[in-house]
Design a protein around this ligand. Structure first.
Ligand code: MG
Length: 161
């Protein structure tokens, strides 16, 4: 059986998300705070975050719900509520908090910021969902959580004083 971490990375890929897409977001968040930051630093940090069981479970659970909704496998009305990404649903933001909670307040504030601004792949996923092509109601928030957690981890590791 494939290792859980590799499975999570493969599922992200299948759903249109490369690690480099996440790294681009993390780089934009932290480049003004960390001198000499590289995209490779961001990739390595994301890699260590996806190693954690809580993170892998959140990724696989979020994607499993999105895929089930695309196939109309959940009962109504919840299938439709998730499919239209109802703004009052909110559980899609609660699940990734299991990731953000590990990385503290910097992760938490960035999570809210990314959810509002939707840079890069987050915006792309959101648009695919809105166009009704696919369901990414959970995945976009999962990517917000991994990105903001990586930004937080980098910030703590690069503290100078
Ligand atoms: Mg969402």
């Amino acid at each position: 059986m494939m290792k859980l971490k590799e499975l999570a990375i493969q599922k992200l890929k299948e759903r249109g998300v490369e690690i480099t897409d996440i790294a681009d977001i993390v780089f934009e968040l932290q480049k003004k705070h960390i001198q000499d930051l590289t995209v490779d630093d961001c990739i390595n940090t994301i890699d260590s975050i996806i190693e954690k069981r809580e993170v892998i479970h959140a990724v696989l659970t979020g994607i499993a719900i999105d895929e089930a909704v695309e196939k109309n496998l959940l009962s109504e009305p919840i299938n439709s509520i998730i499919k239209v990404d109802d703004s009052l649903y909110g559980i899609d933001e609660i699940l990734p908090l299991s990731i953000v909670n590990i990385y503290g307040s910097i992760a938490f504030t960035n999570f809210g910021h990314l959810d509002k601004t939707k840079p890069g792949i987050i915006g792309k996923l959101d648009k695919l969902g809105k166009d009704n092509k696919q369901c990414h109601t959970f995945l976009d928030d999962i990517i917000c959580a991994i990105s903001s957690s990586a930004a937080s981890r980098l910030a703590h590791k690069n503290r100078i004083d």
